[in-house]
Design a protein around this ligand. Structure first.
Ligand code: C2E
Ligand code: CA
Ligand code: CA
Length: 814
């Protein structure tokens, strides 16, 4: 774009603008004579290249300095001309032409003798007419023609000897009949031409090849007659002192030779015609049109050079060839200037194009970085959001599903096989998922979650897709590793316009999370399951019925002792399998239950259930401590306290209450009193989620708790962060100092287990040991671990602690 006088012009008008500007500059340069030195230099080159010999039909008789010396006077006696005419005609000259001024009379006798000589050869002597301004100084002084005196004129032919001189003082052209002259010019007369106007003299003929004689020799009759016989003879001054020299493209040449060259041009068919300036400019336009820069990158710099080199060659050689084969003199200077300007313009355009291309490339690179995961080069979350946004922008009511695919125990796999292999597995998985019609490609949401969008899926179509995805081959071979992974699926379906792209991805992620939490292979998001405020309130009204109907149950997550690998306690976690909504996460319904007062009913049920299950376990020979989560809100509830003490007091079961640190900090007095009462009833006290909120060890002292559970958020980075390890170590030491045992929560990998063991944690809880299990599965797990894990634990622990990677490197079913 260019702005001229406040208007913006597009690419086309920019081209037009510059092209016009260039042509205007070239025209001005041409018409102002600015290009003349270049034109002359080039013309000189052309003349040299089209160089010819004179025709040898004309001889110049020079009034040279030798003749002047011999005569001893100037103007000399005209009788000398009479003798010369006689000698020349006698030697066979066809015409004797004078470039000498006879317009004024001299001595009467001499004039008479010359007149007699002319008359002896009527029509064979040509005398000169001069056009002359009557006064040099005055601007509009009339131009008059000086003709020879009448006595000489009688039997002579007359010819004009004026040559046109350009403003720079150079003679380039020749007039067949100068304007204002009564007769044609000398060369035209002796060549017998009268038609035509002006032409350029062919300086390609070297004037030194024109035969010449000294006037003195002619006068003495002492000359080579063959140079005269049958030829035209021109007589004129060449002596420097006579000042009859003219500047020409071929250097300084005496006037008589200029007439000679004009004669040679005429008889050789070489009266050169220059191109009319208008025509020349038209040619410039053609050159410009051919060299017009293209913005689309059609011309690389290399091509630009080629094209211009070709054009330059054509512009230089063309006129030479043209002049060699025809009498056309083409001045290439304006064409060259045109080309030069177009070359500059073309280069600028090309450089700008390159700059734009570089910027575009850089931007594309940045965009790629922004849209891809650096380690796998898979499109990332932003890319997925863009795919969704674009789909809905194209069709606002498109049905769009986002499917999330989570690799289970990914961190553990990565710990065993390394980052590169784990990433390669992810990339291969993405490739397999492509087969399921991903719109815009499979993307990576996190280190263990891939996702893709699908258009045109109904709810049943989505369910079918998930079923097919569940059948996906999950063995991957990377190098010598054969890796089996386990996938969980989440999905969310939405018709466009209603939802932000971000929200749809959130829903699909939430669905995946609930699949993970509920041990489902795949979960499709639905508002009821994951909760809108209204639905969630409705949920509470159903809680009692759910408890009665057995929809709410307890799962137990084992806690493993690091000293010997033995499971001595389990944490009871609520599970609600809703008849219509499917699995409902405790993270959803527990806070609502707390807010709506339902938590007491739920917790009392949990305790009762735990007591029942405890008895079942004990019957099976498994004496486990069952830990229960007790909401902070219940600590102040005296009725609840009484009820609990009543239930527990008689059972003799080993229970532990997990109470969050926040709950204690918010009501320290009440908490202290309640916890003391529970402890008195034989219930152990555990501080839950330590490190997730406002951690304050000063409260811990006051609480006399038995156990400190370090929150997953504090534990998860222990491997990577020296600082986290320091915090953990000092926390563990402090808790031990207060007589508490330390539990690390949410431990998913063997590496982390060993690290935490080294840091002094007494108990490990997390997926690495086991997911929360229903009672029956818990029983078999504990049974199995008693024989497998705890027996091999001393060795296994040694391996774990020494971080021996070889042990699990082969083929791991993860
Ligand atoms: P919490 O007490 O911190 O329970 C631990 C949570 O971490 C459980 O989630 C458990 O499934 C999960 N978890 C265990 N191991 C791992 C692991 O290795 N990795 C990861 N990422 N997570 C692990 P869940 O069952 O969804 O429970 C969430 C929260 O709901 C519990 O957090 C607890 O605060 C509350 N809750 C659950 N059941 C009850 C209950 O009966 N009563 C009360 N008051 N709260 C409960
Ligand atoms: Ca807990
Ligand atoms: Ca916890």
């Amino acid at each position: 774009m260019i702005t001229v006088a406040g208007r913006e012009f597009g690419v086309r008008s920019v081209n037009l603008f510059w092209a016009t500007l260039i042509i205007v500059v070239v025209s001005m340069a041409l018409l102002s004579g600015f290009l003349r030195p270049v034109s002359d230099a080039l013309a000189g080159v052309r003349f040299r290249l089209t160089d010819r010999e004179a025709s040898q039909t004309l001889t110049v008789v020079e009034i040279d300095s030798r003749s002047l010396q011999a005569a001893g006077a100037w103007p000399w006696d005209r009788q000398r001309y009479a003798t010369a005419i006689d000698n020349l005609v006698e030697a066979g000259a066809t015409l004797v032409a004078f470039d000498v001024d006879f317009s004024a009379p001299s001595q009467t006798a001499a004039d008479a003798e010359l007149a007699a000589a002319v008359s002896r050869h009527p029509g064979q002597v040509v005398l000169a007419n001069f056009l002359q301004k009557e006064s040099y100084g005055s601007r509009d002084s009339a131009v008059g023609e000086n003709t020879p005196i009448p006595s000489l004129r009688q039997d002579a032919l007359l010819a004009s000897v004026n040559v046109p001189v350009d403003v720079d003082g150079k003679v380039r052209s020749y007039d067949v009949t100068p304007s204002g002259a009564s007769q044609p010019s000398l060369a035209a007369v002796v060549a017998g031409r009268s038609g035509g106007t002006s032409f350029d003299i062919d300086f390609g003929v070297d004037h030194r090849t024109i035969s010449h004689l000294s006037f003195e020799d002619v006068l003495a009759g002492d000359f080579d007659r063959t140079l005269v016989s049958g030829r035209v003879v021109l007589i004129g001054a060449t002596a420097v002192e006579l000042g009859d020299e003219f500047a020409t493209p071929a250097g300084l040449i005496p006037g008589v030779y200029i007439h000679g060259l004009a004669y040679e041009s005429l008889i050789g068919g070489r009266a050169l015609v220059g191109l009319h300036p208008g025509l020349l400019l038209a040619l410039c336009l053609v050159v410009g049109a051919l060299l017009l820069p293209r913005r689309d990158g059609g011309a690389s710099l290399h091509r630009l050079v080629q094209v211009h080199a070709l054009a330059a060659a054509a512009i230089l050689i063309g006129p030479v060839v043209l002049q060699a084969v025809s009498p056309i003199s083409l001045n290439p200077a304006p064409l060259m200037l045109t080309q030069l300007l177009f070359a500059i313009w073309g280069t600028r355009v090309e450089l700008e194009r390159r700059e734009r291309a570089i910027v575009a490339e850089r931007e594309a690179g940045l965009l790629h970085l922004a849209m891809h995961e650096p380690e796998t080069e898979l499109p990332n979350r932003r890319a997925l959001l863009k795919i969704i946004g674009d789909t809905w922008a194209a069709s606002s009511d498109a049905e769009l599903a986002v499917i999330t695919v989570g690799v289970e125990r990914h961190a553990e796999m990565r710990g065993v096989v390394g980052y590169n292999v784990a990433n390669a597995v992810l990339v291969q998985l993405a490739a397999r998922l492509e087969a399921f019609g991903a719109t815009g490609g499979v993307t990576q949401l996190s280190s263990s979650v891939l996702a893709f969008a699908r258009t045109d899926l109904s709810a049943t179509g989505l369910a079918e897709l998930l079923t097919r995805l569940k059948g996906l081959e999950t063995n991957f071979v990377v190098g010598d590793h054969s890796i089996d992974i386990f996938l969980r699926l989440g999905a969310a379906l939405e018709r466009g316009g209603q939802l932000e792209s971000e929200a749809l991805v959130e829903r699909a992620t939430a669905a995946l999370n609930s699949a993970r939490a509920s041990d489902d292979r795949g979960v499709v998001y639905d508002d009821d399951g994951q909760g809108t405020p209204e639905n969630n309130l409705a949920l509470m009204s159903e809680m009692r019925e759910a408890i009665a109907a057995g929809d709410i149950s307890l799962h137990y997550q084992p806690k493993m002792s690091t000293a010997d690998g033995v499971i001595r306690s389990v944490e009871a976690l609520c599970r609600w399998r809703h008849a219509e909504r499917g699995f409902v996460s405790p993270d959803l319904f527990i806070p609502i239950a707390e807010d709506t007062g339902q938590i007491r009913v739920l917790t009392e049920w949990s305790i009762a259930q735990a007591l029942t299950d405890h008895a079942v376990l004990r019957l099976g020979g498994q004496d486990l401590v069952i830990a229960l989560n007790i909401s902070g809100r219940l600590l102040a509830d005296q009725a609840f306290q009484a009820r609990v003490l009543d239930m527990v007091g008689t059972s003799g079961a080993a229970l532990c209450f997990e109470i969050t640190e926040t709950a204690v900090i918010q009501q320290p007095g009440l908490a202290k009193q309640a916890l003391a009462a529970f402890r008195a009833a034989g219930i152990k006290i555990s501080i839950d989620d330590y490190g997730s909120g406002l951690s304050s060890l000063s409260y811990l002292k006051m609480l006399n708790a038995d156990e400190l559970k370090i929150d997953r958020s504090l534990v998860v980075d222990a491997l990577d962060s020296q600082r986290d390890r320091l915090i953990l170590k000092s926390t563990v030491d402090l808790a031990h100092g207060l007589g508490m045992s330390v539990v690390a929560e949410g431990v998913e990998t063997e590496e982390l287990t060993s690290c935490l063991t080294l840091l002094g944690c007494d108990v490990i809880q997390g997926y690495w040991v086991s997911r929360p299990l229903p009672l029956a599965k818990l029983q078999s797990f504990v049974e199995h671990s008693r024989s497998a894990l705890s027996e091999s634990w001393p060795d296994h622990k040694a391996d774990v602690v020494s971080l021996n990677p070889e042990r699990s490197k082969q083929s791991l079913a993860l």
